[in-house]
Ligand binder design. Structure first.
Ligand code: ADP
Ligand code: MG
Length: 150
């Protein structure tokens, strides 16, 4: 399975790349999103939400584990950081195989519940406003999505 890279030079570029991805996602798609604080995870998710037709403002879900937004498809934005050291199951299976798209931050903390097939995204700082978005599709449906937007 290949890994793909996309470089952006501004928050706007990250948003529009994410928007393109959001516009082709389908029901049941699961994305994991990693990167340091300030890398652009929330910025990326805002763009993705726009592409999914979400009109409400997307914020960092830090104090809520799962935030739901309605759009062309529902978007479930999850930040499972607070589940570190707990193997609490909040009904993830239903979200992952459900009617919408899931974006999971700190997915490593719920590794056991993650579907085997998913699109793993990692955002890294390259400079002040430069970021590298690494895309690792696991499974042919995700490979297709990535090829469509690159
Ligand atoms: P995270 O959720 O990963 O902590 P945020 O998306 O909240 O990160 O913050 C990223 C910050 O970096 C924002 O202030 C954004 O405007 C800025 N930024 C600058 N360049 C970029 C870029 N190329 N892509 C994404 N964000 C960028
Ligand atoms: Mg954030």
């Amino acid at each position: 399975m290949s890994t793909y890279q996309y470089e952006t030079k501004s928050a706007e570029e990250t948003m529009s790349f994410a928007e393109k991805l959001g516009s082709i996602l389908q029901k049941g798609d699961v994305l994991t999103l990693a990167g340091d604080l300030g890398a652009g995870k929330t910025t990326f998710t805002k763009g993705l939400a726009k592409g999914l037709g979400v009109t409400r403002t997307v914020n960092s879900p830090t104090f809520t584990i799962i935030k739901e937004y309605s759009g062309r498809l529902p978007l479930y934005h999850m930040d499972v950081y607070r589940l570190e050291n707990s193997d609490e199951d909040l009904g993830f299976e239903e979200y992952f195989s459900g009617d919408g798209v899931c974006v999971v931050e700190w997915a490593v903390f719920i590794e056991d519940y993650l579907p085997e097939e998913r699109l793993e995204l990692v955002i890294s700082h390259k400079g002040d406003d430069e970021r590298e978005i690494q895309l690792k599709p696991i499974g042919s449906r995700y490979e297709e999505r990535v090829k469509e937007i690159m």
